[in-house]
Design a protein around this ligand. Structure first.
Ligand SMILES: O=C(O)CCC(=O)C(=O)O
Ligand SMILES: [Fe+2]
Length: 448
C-alpha cells in the first residue's frame, strides 16, 4: 500500500522571503528603442502616457525587447487592458507561481508579470512580433528562472530537497497549458507561470471561490479555498449520493486493516501504531461509475486520469484514526527502499495532490486535520485533535471532497501538507483517497 509517515523531521521553511529583497534592477541604459516601443504600445492603449511613469526600462535583447522590474512601486504600470489577472493577486507570496498578462501589441508580445502572485513586484518583457519562443527565453532570463526547477540563485532549502525537476510552464487561469502562440488568444491573455511546471489552482485567499468548469456529469462547481499554506480547497456535492452509496457497498466486503508504506527508520513497526482504519483499493476498470468520478477528478485537478492511482476507500469506526503524515514520498526517507525509489523515479515523480472523497457524514470526530496550517506546530497524534491548537480541521460531509497539494508551485514537496484523520468519536467515517501524481502513474501501477 502506498502510505507512509514522516517522523521527527523539522526542516526549516527557507523558501520564505524569496522576493522580499528584489532590488530595482537596471539592466542597461534606458533604451530609446524600448521607450519608443513601450510608448507606442501604451499610447495605443489610451492609458497614462509613458512620461508619467517613473520607469526603469532598458533594452535587453538584440531583437527589440525590453524589460523592467520594480519593487514596492507606487508607479502605475502600463495597462493590463483585457486581462483580469489582478483578481488573483494573493495577500501572501505564493513562491514559484507568477501571475501575468500577455498582450499582443503592434510591435510584439508584451508580458507583464507579477512575481509570486504579488502585485508590488512587477516585471515586463517585450518579445519580437509573434515570437513565442523568444518570449519564453526572455521570460526565463529576466525572471531568473532556471531551465528546470526553481529560480536561479534561490536554491532549495538544502541541496538535497526533492523537486519534481520539470521545466517551468504557463497555463491559463482555468489550467489550460500555454505552450505556443496557438494557445494565446488575440488581444490579452491571463497567465500563471509555475516554476515547478505543474498547474496548481491559485488559492488567492481563504474563502475565495473558484468556478471550475467542464467536469464530467457536473459541468461546473464552486471550489472554495480553505487554506493557503498548506493549500487546501473544498467542493460540496462533488459526488452524487448514489455514487457514495455505490462505493461504500462495493468496497465493504473487501475492507482490511490499513497498511502504510514504511520509511527506512520505521521498518519492523506495525501499521496500527499510527493507522487503525480499514482500507481497500478499488480498481476503476471494473466500475464504470468510478471511472466517471475519476474523469471528474481529472477535470477538478486538471491532470489526466493516467496520473491517478486507483481510489483507496477508507473506513474508520469508533476510536479509529490515522496519525499525521505526508502523502508524498521524500526520497531521503526511502534510501534503503529500492521499490519506492523506483516508484518515484528517485524523486522526479511524486504524488502532487490528494482529492479526499467524503462518503459519509460522521456524528462526532473523524475530521481531516492539518496541524501545520498557517505554520502551526508539527504534531502527529490524531487521537486527541483537541490538543492541536490552531490546526485546520475539515469535518467529513457526504458527497464533499477536499483537495490538498503535496507539491508547491516551485516544484518542492510541501512539508506543511502534513495531515491526518482525527479519531472518530461517534458514528462511522467512510472516505476515499484519490492520489494524483505529477506524471503518469497508472501504467506503472498496472491500472492502465
Ligand atoms: O481520512 C482522512 O481524513 C485522511 C486520510 C489520509 O490522509 C490518507 O489515507 O492518506
Ligand atoms: Fe494522507
Amino acid at each position: 500500500m502506498l502510505q507512509h509517515r514522516l517522523i521527527g523531521t523539522n526542516k526549516s521553511d527557507c523558501v520564505k522571503n524569496l522576493h522580499g529583497s528584489l532590488a530595482i534592477v537596471v539592466v542597461g541604459t534606458l533604451g530609446a528603442l524600448a521607450s519608443y516601443l513601450a510608448g507606442y504600445f501604451w499610447r495605443n492603449e489610451a492609458v497614462t502616457p509613458l512620461d508619467s511613469y517613473k520607469r526603469i526600462l532598458s533594452t535587453v535583447s538584440p531583437h527589440d525587447s525590453a524589460f523592467r522590474t520594480e519593487q514596492n512601486s507606487t508607479v502605475s504600470g502600463p495597462s493590463l487592458a483585457g486581462c483580469s489577472i489582478s483578481t488573483l493577486f494573493a495577500d501572501e507570496p505564493v513562491h514559484g507561481m507568477h501571475l501575468g498578462c500577455i498582450q499582443h501589441t503592434p510591435t510584439g508580445l508584451y508580458a507583464t508579470m507579477f512575481m509570486d502572485g504579488q502585485n508590488h513586484t512587477r516585471r515586463e518583457v517585450i518579445a519580437s512580433m509573434n515570437d513565442f519562443q523568444g518570449l519564453r527565453t526572455l521570460l526565463g532570463d529576466r525572471l531568473g528562472l532556471a531551465p528546470v526547477g526553481r529560480r536561479n540563485g534561490e536554491g532549495p532549502r538544502d541541496k538535497e530537497t526533492p523537486n519534481t525537476q520539470k521545466p517551468w510552464s504557463m497555463f491559463s487561469p482555468q489550467g489550460i497549458a500555454i505552450d505556443s502562440l496557438l494557445d494565446l488568444q488575440e488581444g490579452a491573455n491571463d497567465v500563471l507561470l509555475y516554476e515547478g511546471g505543474k498547474f496548481i489552482w491559485p488559492g488567492v485567499r481563504e474563502g475565495y471561490v473558484t468556478q471550475v468548469t467542464a467536469l464530467d456529469r457536473l459541468g461546473s462547481v464552486k471550489m472554495q479555498t480553505l487554506s493557503m499554506s498548506p493549500l487546501v480547497f473544498s467542493v460540496e456535492n462533488f459526488l452524487l449520493p448514489e455514487e457514495c452509496t455505490y462505493i461504500r457497498d462495493v468496497a465493504e466486503p473487501h475492507m482490511r486493516q490499513s497498511g502504510v508504506k514504511l520509511m527506512d527508520h520505521d521498518k519492523g513497526k506495525a501499521a496500527t501504531d499510527w493507522r487503525t482504519s480499514s482500507t481497500h483499493f478499488l480498481a476503476s476498470k471494473h466500475h464504470a461509475r468510478i471511472q466517471s468520478v475519476d474523469r471528474r477528478v481529472a477535470g477538478l485537478t486538471r491532470q489526466p486520469v493516467s496520473h491517478q492511482e486507483d481510489v483507496q476507500v477508507l473506513r474508520y469506526e469508533s476510536t479509529q484514526r490515522y496519525d499525521a503524515h505526508h502523502d508524498f514520498f521524500d526520497r531521503r526517507l526511502y534510501a534503503r527502499d529500492p521499490d519506492t525509489l523506483k516508484l518515484i523515479d528517485n524523486g522526479k515523480r511524486n504524488r502532487m495532490a490528494t482529492v479526499l472523497w467524503y462518503l459519509s457524514d460522521v456524528l462526532q470526530g473523524g475530521e481531516t486535520i492539518f496541524p501545520r496550517y498557517k505554520g502551526g506546530e508539527i504534531s502527529y497524534d490524531s487521537r486527541h485533535c483537541e490538543g492541536m491548537k490552531g490546526a485546520l480541521r475539515c469535518p467529513p460531509k457526504e458527497g464533499s471532497v477536499i483537495i490538498f497539494y503535496s507539491l508547491l508551485p516551485n516544484g518542492d514537496l510541501d512539508d506543511r501538507s502534513l495531515h491526518g484523520s482525527c479519531a472518530v468519536k461517534h458514528g462511522v467515517k467512510w472516505a476515499a483517497n484519490k492520489w494524483i501524481w505529477s506524471d503518469e502513474i497508472a501504467p506503472i501501477l498496472g491500472r492502465a
